[in-house]
Write a protein that binds this ligand. Structure first.
Ligand code: TXA
Ligand code: MG
Length: 347
């Protein structure tokens, strides 16, 4: 399959009638799948009402069939045909954070949407992305759109159109290239089907921000206890892993340097994932700065690109610094722990 690339200028007026968007929307109406930028990561979009389109999403990504997709909408009224009820707290969260990096789980109406999209569950995950290209595409096609991150299953999520093409070229009908995404880690997933909302995946909207709107919010126990089964099926899979083994190191920089020296003496090529502040302090084969420690949002934005860059290097082992878990740091450390398969070295 020839994968079309549509370059889009995010900030032109009336993006909905831009020829690239019109073309991509037609593909969606024909049940083909196309990648689109969102404010978090690129998504692989397909008509959520069509089994054929949804199957193409799973196939292109190599995604396990028991992992449901997030449904993307451009207007709140689009919820009505497929959501059974909108609890008060969900309403408050939508008002506060949509469009934006928050996915809300609702009870699903029977018979609505492709069963494959929700992996046969009686709940459905929905979000309204805050990106001009995604919103214009959603409005133009007028469909509820299923869109997982547009990477091959298991790889780091894509934050540029190039990342999408590296994984999916030839497997999807097209990609709308709107440049690098902003947040860099996926949306927060919150289950609003119970009295107290539960965070199933940490992301762009923090627990503190959510609690400021709806009061008490719980966190799925699986996020802190690896023996618990996660409530978001996708959270049980290994993810984001670079090709070389990655270790998180809890210790001083001189401790990390000692680990590097030992491995180099054993003939291995060593990579370090650090930040702008510390990059000059390490001597290793590859030292990659992932944003600035003083601003965790820059680390989130650069994280997946940094993990992907290690795959272009002849590196045998990678050590990463740890980051504070407040705010978006919770999502950063969650993704890094997955990328490392929970391998942590403590000084
Ligand atoms: O930022 C994002 O959320 C991106 C962009 C493209 O919107 N999308 C994304 O989708 O990250 P994906 O498919 O990579 O991750 C969706 C997560 C998975 O962990 C999945 O298991 C969970 O949401 N999920 C989806 N529907 C669910 C449901 N009904 N109940 C529990 N978890 C659900
Ligand atoms: Mg994903």
């Amino acid at each position: 399959m020839n994968t079309k690339v549509w370059k889009v200028d995010n900030y032109v007026d009336k993006l909905e009638s831009n020829p690239q968007i019109v073309d991509a929307a037609r593909f969606l109406q024909d049940n083909e799948v196309v990648a689109m930028p969102t404010e978090t990561v690129y998504g692989l979009a397909g008509n959520a009402e069509s089994d054929a389109a949804v199957s193409k999403i799973y196939e292109a990504k190599g995604r396990p069939g028991d992992n449901p997709l997030i449904i993307h909408i451009a207007e709140k009224q689009q919820l009505e045909p497929f959501v059974l009820e909108v609890p008060e707290k969900a309403e408050a969260l939508m008002d506060a954070f949509w469009p934006g990096p928050l996915t809300i789980i609702f009870k699903k109406k029977q018979g609505a949407l492709s069963k494959t999209a929700t992996a046969g569950l009686d709940t459905v995950a929905v979000r309204m992305p805050n990106h001009p290209v995604a919103l214009a595409l959603l409005k133009r096609c007028g469909l509820p759109i299923a869109a997982p991150s547009a990477n091959s299953s298991g790889k780091p999520s894509p934050t540029t159109a190039k990342h999408v093409l590296d994984d999916l070229q030839g497997k999807i009908a097209g990609v709308l290239d709107g440049g690098a995404t902003g947040v860099g880690v996926e949306s927060t997933v919150i289950d609003c089907t119970e009295r107290i909302p539960v965070i199933l995946r940490p992301g762009g909207v923090t627990k503190e921000q959510l609690e400021a709107v709806v009061g008490e919010v719980w966190v799925d126990r699986a996020l802190t206890d690896e023996h618990e089964k996660p409530k978001a099926p996708g959270m049980k899979y290994t993810h984001y892993a670079p090709n070389a083994p990655l270790y998180l190191v809890s210790g001083t920089r001189s401790f990390i340097q000692r680990l590097v020296d030992e491995k180099q003496q054993a003939g291995l090529r060593v990579g370090i994932l650090t930040t702008e502040e510390h990059k000059e302090e390490f001597a290793a084969d590859f030292v990659l700065a992932c944003g600035k420690r003083a601003d965790l949002e820059t680390i989130a934005a650069a994280l997946y690109d940094t993990l992907r860059r290690f795959n272009q290097m002849e590196v045998d082992i990678i050590y990463s610094e740890m980051f504070p878990t407040e705010g978006v740091g919770h999502a950063i450390m969650n993704r890094l722990q997955k990328a490392a398969g929970n391998k942590i070295i403590t000084q």
